[in-house]
Design a binder for this molecule. Structure first.
Ligand code: SF4
Ligand code: SF4
Length: 287
C-alpha cells in the first residue's frame, strides 16, 4: 500500500502531484490519488500544507531478493537481472574490478548468472563508456580518454563509434546529477537498494512491462537507438528517473550476449515495486 491521503483534510490543490519524483500521484474520479508507483520516499508530505499525506498501512516492498524473484516469475525471465548502485568507493566485501573490462560485458556475465558483484571504475573500463554511465567522468584526463579510445574501440568497422561520436556522447556528462567514483554491478538478488536495474526482454515481456507501468499513470516507456548501449540505457533512468528500453549498439549487444529477439530495459529501482504490483492488474495476468 503506498502513501495514503486523508480525504477529510485534502483540498485537492494538486501541489503533491507535481512534486512526487515518481509521478505516482494522479487525479482520478475527481480526487487526488496515490498509485502503486509510490515508493514511500515521503517527499510529497513537504508540499502538502494540509498534512493530508501519510504512510499507508503497509510499506512498499523494496527487498531486492523478493523483487528479483517476483520480476523473474511474473515475466518468465530466463536470464538474470543486473543491478547498478553508484558509490565513490567499493563497499565492504565487494571486489574491485581490475579490468580492462566493459560495463556491458559485466552485465552480460550477470545476465548469464556468472560471478559475484564487482565495483567497476573508470580505471577498469576498457572504453569511454564508463563516462556514459556517470562514473569517473570528471577525473578522466583528455589523455586517458584518448588512450582508451585509441586502444581498441574506434574506427571504421570496429566495435564502437568513432572519436567524434564518442566526444558527442562525452558532452552529455552534465546530465548526471552526480559523477561517482564507481558503480557496484551485480545480480539484483545480491545488491540491496540499487539505483537502477537492467535486463534483457523479448517483445511480449516488454509489452507486459509497459502495460503495468502505464496502468494508473498513463506514462509510456521511451526507447532509444543510435548510440552506445550504456548511454542509451543508463542515462535516463538515473538523470530523469524514468525507464527506457533500447536495442543497444553492436558492441553492447555482443558483450551483453543478447539473442536476436532480446532488447534491454532499464528501470530506476524506486519504480520497480510499483511495476511488480501492477503486473497482477493487467490483461496479461488473466491469461
Ligand atoms: S513516491 Fe514519495 S513523493 Fe511520491 S507519493 Fe510516494 S511518498 Fe509521496
Ligand atoms: S498537496 Fe495535500 S491537500 Fe493538496 S492535493 Fe495533495 S494531498 Fe491534497
Amino acid at each position: 500500500m503506498p502513501f495514503a491521503i486523508d480525504y477529510s483534510l485534502c483540498v485537492g490543490c494538486g501541489s503533491c502531484i507535481g512534486n512526487c519524483p515518481n509521478r505516482a500521484i494522479i487525479r482520478r474520479g475527481g480526487q487526488v490519488a496515490v498509485t502503486n508507483m509510490c515508493c514511500d520516499c515521503g517527499i510529497c508530505t513537504q508540499y502538502c500544507t494540509m498534512s493530508a499525506l501519510s504512510r499507508g498501512p503497509v510499506k512498499t516492498e523494496l527487498n531486492n531478493k523478493k523483487i528479483d524473484k517476483a520480476l523473474k516469475q511474473k515475466l518468465g525471465l530466463q536470464k538474470h537481472i543486473a543491478a547498478m548502485k553508484f558509490a565513490d568507493s567499493a563497499p565492504q566485501g565487494v571486489t574491485v574490478e581490475q579490468g580492462p573490462h566493459f560495463w556491458c560485458g559485466i552485465c552480460g556475465d550477470i545476465f548469464d548468472g556468472e560471478g559475484q558483484p564487482v565495483f567497476f571504475t573508470a580505471k577498469a573500463s576498457s572504453c569511454g563508456g564508463c563516462a556514459n554511465i556517470g562514473i569517473g567522468a570528471v577525473k578522466a584526463t583528455r589523455e586517458e580518454f584518448e588512450t582508451a579510445l585509441n586502444a581498441q574501440v574506434i574506427g571504421e568497422g570496429n566495435l564502437y563509434a568513432d572519436k567524434e561520436v564518442m566526444a558527442i556522447n562525452r558532452s552529455l556528462f552534465p546530465r548526471y546529477p552526480k559523477v561517482s567514483g564507481g558503480m557496484v554491478l551485480g545480480s539484483l538478488d545480491q545488491v540491496r537498494m540499487p539505483d537502477a536495474i537492467i535486463f534483457p526482454v523479448n517483445g511480449r515481456q516488454l509489452c507486459m512491462i509497459s502495460t503495468a507501468f502505464a496502468f494508473d499513470t498513463g506514462e509510456i516507456i521511451i526507447g532509444y537507438a543510435g548510440k552506445s548501449t550504456c548511454l542509451m540505457t543508463v542515462s535516463a533512468p538515473i538523470a530523469e528517473n524514468r525507464p527506457v528500453f533500447s536495442a543497444g549498439d553492436h558492441g553492447g549487444r555482443m558483450f551483453m550476449r543478447l539473442q536476436d529477439e532480446e532488447i534491454v530495459v532499464c528501470f530506476p529501482y524506486r519504480l520497480v515495486p510499483g511495476l511488480v504490483k501492477n503486473f497482477d492488474r493487467t490483461t496479461f495476468a488473466q491469461e
